[in-house]
Design a protein around this ligand. Structure first.
Ligand SMILES: [Zn+2]
Length: 297
């Protein structure tokens, strides 16, 4: 399951992370008790005709020990023992982790990075995320869920983010920033998808904003390549469409910050399908099942 701001997306997978059945529900009451009730109901529906061995939950936030939500700002949660609560409500062993950790684990076990020793994931959308697998294992630490790449500098002449950085990833790449900058330029409100539609149709204002974002993304990719030497870069998330619209600007941004002798690894664009995040969450449970480390309930 993937917890989003306004909905829970749930899927039942097999042991290879292949989706067999999926459902989603809107979140009304955001208290942990109410959300856990919804999770338990979804688990009951998805498990009606096949037993569920484990539940994995991906959530955009700071998580400890695959069980405890230290902080998930978008839900207003802090200090929630989510794995324990869901385990008690469902009778099913449950693991929780940051959604990007989970997504990167999926790419590592079953996805585009399954044959790589070292690869990077960059996610685009409401936030900008970065995941790294090195020496065959995901690189994490206790600060992982903060979203550390969000304020990485990309454009010294770019707009300011809410924290006062000029041209950071948040101000250049995030979907709401792009929608806002295109709206400002047009003098009328457009949402992110409309901004991308306009860019695709060649609207000059939308092109300028999205090409700036593309060059910023290129510089971020260059930084990732320069610092971590990945064999592959996987671009994923709701904003993956941006990357397909401004491919030339991305190449320009990469070239600007790379030694001309350096070879840039393959850049793979994922789908913008939100259910992909569920595969990542499922892998948390699949790994524990395979390793014999599913928690008790
Ligand atoms: Zn910033």
């Amino acid at each position: 399951m993937k917890l989003r701001e306004h909905e829970i997306i749930a899927a039942r997978t097999n042991l290879r992370g292949e989706i067999q059945h999926q459902e989603s529900v809107s979140i009304g009451d955001r208290t942990p008790e109410a959300v856990v009730r919804q999770i338990a109901q979804l688990a009951g529906e998805l498990g009606a005709d096949a037993p569920i061995n484990g539940i994995g939950i991906g959530i955009g936030g700071l998580i400890r020990n695959r069980e405890y939500v230290v902080d998930a700002t978008f839900l207003g949660w802090s200090g929630v023992p989510l794995a324990k609560l869901v385990g008690e409500a469902t009778g099913i062993p449950t693991l929780v982790d940051n959604d990007l950790v989970a997504f990167t684990e999926y790419e590592h076990w079953f996805g585009e990075g399954r044959d790589d020793d070292r690869f990077a994931v960059i996610t685009l959308g409401a936030g900008t995320g970065f995941g790294l697998v090195a020496n065959g294992a995901i690189v994490t630490g206790q600060d992982y869920g903060i979203g550390l790449v969000g304020h990485w500098p990309l454009d010294p002449a770019g707009p300011l983010c809410f924290a006062g950085h000029r041209g950071c990833a948040t101000s250049v790449l995030n979907s709401d920033s792009i929608a806002r900058h295109v709206s400002d330029a047009l003098g009328r409100p457009v949402d992110y998808e409309q901004a991308l539609d306009l860019a695709e149709a060649g609207d000059p204002a939308a092109r300028r904003v999205t090409e700036d974002a593309g060059r910023g993304l290129g510089r971020l990719i260059a930084a990732v390549c320069n610092l971590t030497l990945p064999q592959r870069i996987i671009i994923a998330g709701e904003g993956v469409r941006l990357a397909s619209i401004v491919a030339d600007a991305i190449r320009e941004g990469i070239a600007r910050d790379r030694d001309p002798r350096a070879s840039t690894p393959p850049i793979v664009l994922g789908t913008k399908n939100n259910v992909d995040w569920c595969r990542g969450a499922a892998v948390l449970a699949i790994q524990a099942f395979v390793h014999g480390t599913l928690p008790g309930v």
